[in-house]
Design a protein around this ligand. Structure first.
Ligand SMILES: [Zn+2]
Length: 115
């Protein structure tokens, strides 16, 4: 009888904690360190570029590899850069090239403001 009880406990829908169908997954912004719904953050990954790394925004969230998240806000980008949070979040050796990601953040934050 015990195995059955175990199964009941696992599948029994007495939900405790977060209702993921409403909230969805949350991620931590590497800039301000606040948690936010993954859909409101920009995912980015590091692409190897010669001896260093290039940070690349991943709007479709489909690029392979370790990703990190950031608010589409230049303030969060600046915070993350100052604290060298990019390399740490992505486990990179050295300081990555953030130019392309900076450009993306600037573009989406401007677009959001004109909305
Ligand atoms: Zn942030």
């Amino acid at each position: 009888m015990r195995p059955r009880r175990e199964a009941d406990r696992i599948s029994g829908g007495r939900g405790r904690g977060v209702d993921f169908s409403v909230v969805g997954p949350t991620r931590t912004c590497v800039g301000c360190r606040k948690r936010a719904p993954a859909s409101s953050l920009i995912r980015f990954v590091a692409a190897a570029c010669g001896d260093s790394f290039l940070l690349k925004a991943d709007p479709s969230r489909r690029l392979p590899g370790r990703g990190a998240h950031l608010h589409p806000d230049p303030a969060c980008f600046a915070l993350a850069e100052r604290r060298r949070a990019f390399g740490r979040a992505l486990r990179l050796a050295g300081v990555p090239d953030t130019g392309s990601l900076a450009e993306h953040i600037r573009a989406v934050s401007v677009a959001a403001r004109n909305d």
